[in-house]
Design a protein around this ligand. Structure first.
Ligand SMILES: [Ca+2]
Ligand SMILES: [Ca+2]
Ligand SMILES: [Ca+2]
Length: 979
């Protein structure tokens, strides 16, 4: 009992904190007439600053406002126009207003006063070659980004940008991006950049090319932008800012030695008339204060911020032990500020972070803003690691838990707190970097994100890097289309690698917490609440609480695609959520974690690690639409005793209304309806342009015809089955002979090329009788790559056929994991496996680690028919063999029964393997005929010198292999490709 007191106490305190409004009141007191100043691009800095005689520059306005602010509230109003800043606007304590005399800088018309960190160029273009134009630029000019008529153009790059490749790294990548052969064409690549995904796609890295090495290889520096230093992905690479790669419309290159700008415009751009702007400043506006001397009570309202430089080479500082590093800067940077409001502003294509709230800040409000197409993150709240007790900075670092400081909370006040992102639209995040978020929170306290729409993000929508110090509130948000280019993340993502957490978490952290249950709450001192929001992630989990994340309340959320992941952590209470077509993913839980998962609507069984030691938590009173057997595995822990399997009776799911009807059994269990019309941005002008997520069709696993569907078997790309019923007479054969019918021989299939025809009935292979599909696969498992002679019935007459060399099956069994001599598993570098259904027991990435273990593997639940594993090779390759390994768990899970498909789709082809436009059926494997052994391997192989096809994706569609509808315990998949 004592163990849970602390957690309950923290919830109690937070009950008050949620009610508190963090937003500062930055309006002039009613009845007070502000002193007014006016600014116009046509004004003069020597003018008086009246409406008739406006000032011209931001700097002059700031000086004038400073002089007036002692006398009362001040408003400074900017007329329409572009205000090119010669240098960053810096507010200090000398610019502060006060509660009674706030200082407001505002656009006369929202969005029409533009604060630019760039420069307008007057260029004389002349034709160069191949549609490329050139112009002389002012001496000494460095260009970080080029804008033509307000649109950001691209540095000359390879491979070229393809806007349709929304989920491909960098919208175009190439294994040979900076190969020696490629670089041989480059006279001088120094100054170019390499952008590459992390080897596991956990973000990205960037490098500056410094020249060429004597051996012709490219020399470069960088790669510090991700805190998990594991090197760049072998294929997901792109280079830019290289003259010889200027070949596509929209690309430019600036030669700083000859002061020449080269640009290849889109087809119809009239360059002579075009507005040409280049980017200079990293930061447009800074607030520079401290907790002792803060900058206070200033409002910036209605501006558009443009032309802030990229900062990806400055992204270096590790954020504790999260996967991130960070650059402490943005178009607007606040350090040591109080009661600052950034209202109704647009952040238009800034190169790095839009808004960075750094170290000490209190009551900062970002409201009504539209942040889009940022190179880095949207809004970052990041405190000082010196405020953290026992901070560590790299994943592998470990505290000695017997020596850590056990004082809860921060050491200093040098962190952001009580600040809010409210009613904002944030999209197009991570246009340059691959470790961004729309809202990023680290080493901060009580940050609220509400009524905000977030989508089109390279990685997470909202990311909380660590448990320091919690108390955050996320409510009424709409977050979707995230994790577009990375891997292992969610629309919401968090880590909790705090003081108590070591990577050997069950071995070290768990016993320490059993001794002292307060440990996880030393840093996560207040509960973070995620509620009343809608989430959809098609490339990870809707909500992903990763390593160590602790002290969360998650309720009234609609999760549309990826479900809820709770990795090991403490005190996560999730209730009253609706998880459409998905479930709870319970990864590696702690004993006595005090987690609660109840009163949720869940569509399939819980993907839990059914470890009998996992106790001290509550999973119950949930409504499952899925298979009844979900209860079996949980009963031994006392879980889901009071859960039911039923139709939740959603009101109008096709329209996105997942409330339940008055007679829904969910209500009886304790579920309460929550509003479905309050997700995302509310401000009318933003709501009018905000996207909303695609609403999925509800899959009712219990009732749909897929549930008991049979696997379609293929051989040489042709579907087949053993004949039944009327087919005997149609083929004119007797029941003893029977045979296997090629139902259809697709025109491009190997079967067609081998001379087989629709409705050929196979009755013999290499002299062995084939009466049914079991016989066929048994003989295919033995003949291997030897020439095949077929006996078929064609047009009711027997025919003997000698096939040319065709793809064949190789098999091998072994008594232990290291016992294979022909089919030896090896690490599948860069390959990512996903699954169409929730998998239990082990994570999917053990399917590509090159290691064979005993156990269930990432297994589909009993009764799941046609579960699909899909491997992404990252790019289309010439596939020569497809291999799989299984373990004979409980003496009945070793048989491999699967149909293998390939797809050359550029983007994820989804799960409909029967869509012939997306998938090519290659063939089936069935190892039923092999002798029983602990380990089984199979291999579908192309004959020497040929391939199975060019594919990026390989899918294994599987089927239960026992009378109890148990699925195969797969342990490894691999694909061999031609070099
Ligand atoms: Ca190019
Ligand atoms: Ca994650
Ligand atoms: Ca493995």
């Amino acid at each position: 009992m004592k163990k849970y007191l602390i957690a309950s106490f923290i919830t109690f305190i937070w009950g008050y904190a949620v009610a508190a409004e963090f937003a500062p009141n930055n309006q002039p007191p009613k009845g007070t007439k502000p002193q007014e100043l006016f600014v116009a691009t046509t004004g003069q800095d020597s003018a008086s600053g009246t409406l008739e005689a406006p000032l011209q520059s931001f700097a002059a306005a700031q000086q004038a406002a400073r002089r007036l602010s002692a006398g009362g509230p001040v408003t400074v109003t900017f007329a329409d126009g572009v205000y090119y800043l010669p240098k960053t606007v810096v507010f200090t304590a000398a610019d502060s207003g006060s509660e009674k005399r706030v200082v407001i800088y505002q656009a006369a018309n929202e969005g029409k006063a533009i604060i630019s960190g760039g420069l307008k160029l007057d260029l004389k273009w002349e034709s160069h070659a191949d549609g490329i134009f050139k112009a002389t630029t002012p001496a000494g000019l460095a260009i970080d980004q080029l804008f033509i008529d307000g649109g950001r153009q691209r540095m000359a790059r390879y491979p070229n940008f393809d806007p349709n490749k929304t989920t491909a790294a960098y919208q175009g990548f190439a294994e040979d991006a900076f190969s020696n052969e490629r670089a041989a064409k480059w006279a001088d690549p120094a100054g170019g950049y390499i952008h590459a995904m992390h080897v596991h796609r956990w973000g990205g890295y960037h490098y500056r090319i410094t020249g060429k090495n004597p051996d012709g290889s490219v020399a470069y520096e960088g790669g510090w932008q991700n805190n998990r230093q594991m090197g760049m992905h072998p294929e997901l690479r792109m280079v830019e800012n290289i003259y010889e790669e200027l070949d596509a419309p929209g690309e430019w290159f600036h030669n700083t030695e000859t002061n020449t700008l080269f640009f290849k415009p889109e087809s119809v751009t009239d360059l002579a008339k075009a507005n040409v702007e280049v980017v200079r400043l990293r930061h447009l506006v800074e607030f520079q204060g401290t907790s002792k001397q803060p900058v206070k009570h200033i409002t910036l309202k209605g501006f558009t911020y443009r032309h802030a430089a990229r900062t990806f080479m400055e992204t270096k500082e590790p954020l504790l032990r999260s996967d991130w590093t960070i650059y402490r800067g943005g178009a607007v940077l606040l350090t040591g500020a109080e009661n600052i409001s950034i209202l109704d502003s647009e952040f238009d294509q800034v190169g790095g972070n839009a808004i960075f709230i750094n170290n000490y800040n209190r009551r900062v409000l970002v409201k009504g803003c539209h942040i889009h197409d940022a190179g880095g993150s949207g809004v970052c709240f990041v405190g000082d690691p010196a405020a953290v007790r026992d901070p560590l900075f790299e994943y592998g670092q470990t505290n000695d838990l017997t020596k850590i400081d056990r004082t809860p909370g921060p050491k200093t006040d040098n962190y952001p707190a009580e600040s809010t992102v409210d009613d904002c639209l944030i999209h197009g995040i991570g246009r340059v970097e691959r470790q961004p978020a729309a809202v990023q929170i680290s080493m901060a306290y009580k940050i609220a994100v509400r009524d905000t729409s977030i989508y089109d993000c390279a990685r997470a929508g909202i990311n909380i890097s660590d448990g320091t110090w919690g108390g955050h509130l996320i409510e009424r948000c709409d977050v979707f289309d995230t994790v577009l280019e990375t891997h292992d993340h969610g629309s919401f993502n968090s880590w909790g690698r705090d003081r108590y957490w070591v990577s050997n978490h069950r071995g070290v952290s768990m016993p320490a917490v059993q001794e002292d249950p307060a440990l996880p709450f030393l840093d996560a001192i207040a509960t973070t609440v995620i509620r009343d929001s809608r989430w959809r992630c098609d490339h990870g989990w809707d909500i992903d609480l990763d390593d160590g994340s602790s002290n969360y309340d998650i309720y009234n959320n609609l999760m549309l695609r990826g479900g809820l992941k709770l990795r090991e952590g403490y005190r996560r209470h999730a209730w009253n959520n609706t998880l459409v077509n998905n479930t709870l993913h319970a990864h590696v839980w702690f004993d006595d974690s005090n987690d609660i998962f109840r009163h949720n609507i869940v569509m399939t069984h819980v993907a839990a690690l059914l470890d009998p030691t996992v106790r001290g938590k509550m999973i119950d009173q949930n409504l499952f639409t899925g298979r009844p057997e979900m209860n079996d595995g949980h009963a031994q822990f006392g879980w889901d005793k009071n859960s039911v399997v039923a139709d939740p009776k959603f009101l109008d799911p096709a329209s996105g209304d997942f409330r339940v009807a008055d007679d829904s059994p969910a209500l009886t269990l304790g579920f309460k309806n929550f509003p479905m019309d309050q997700f995302g941005v509310k401000k009318p002008s933003l709501k009018a342009i905000a996207k909303t997520p695609e609403i999925p069709a509800v899959q009712m696993p219990g009732g749909d015809s897929q549930a008991n569907a049979e696997l379609t078997l293929f051989w040489l790309g042709a579907p087949l089955h053993g004949i039944t019923g009327e087919e005997f007479s149609a083929f004119g054969v007797n029941k003893d002979d029977a045979g296997v019918r090629l139902v259809k021989v697709p025109a491009d299939s190997v079967a067609a090329k081998a001379g087989l025809l629709d409705n050929d009935l196979i009755q013999g292979v290499n002299g062995r009788k084939v009466s049914n599909t079991d016989h066929l696969f048994a003989v295919l498992n033995t003949v291997g790559g030897t020439p095949i002679k077929l006996r078929v019935i064609r047009n009711q007459k027997p025919v003997e056929l000698a096939l040319p060399a065709t793809p064949f099956i190789g098999t091998e069994t072994a008594t232990d994991a290291k016992g294979f001599t022909k089919l030896i598993p090896s690490l599948s570098k860069g390959a990512i496996v996903t699954a169409s259904e929730v998998v239990g027991n082990e994570p999917l990435d053990i399917l590509t680690d090159g290691i064979l273990n005993e156990g269930y593997g990432p297994v589909f639940a009993n009764g799941i028919h046609l579960g699909i594993y899909k491997m992404d090779l990252g790019t289309a390759k010439s596939v020569t063999a497809i291999n799989s390994w299984s373990f004979n768990q409980n003496n009945k899970r070793g048989r491999q029964l699967a149909t293998i498909y390939g797809s050359d789709s550029v983007t994820d082809p989804g799960w409909n393997v029967r869509d012939a436009k997306k998938f090519t059926p290659l063939g089936s494997i069935d190892t039923a005929s092999l002798p029983s052994a602990p380990f089984t391997a199979s291999s579908m192989r192309a004959p020497s010198g040929s391939n199975l096809g060019n594919f990026r994706w390989i899918a294994w569609e599987t089927s239960p292999i026992s009378n109890d509808s148990e699925n195969t315990a797969w342990h490894e998949f691999s694909v061999e490709t031609a070099r």
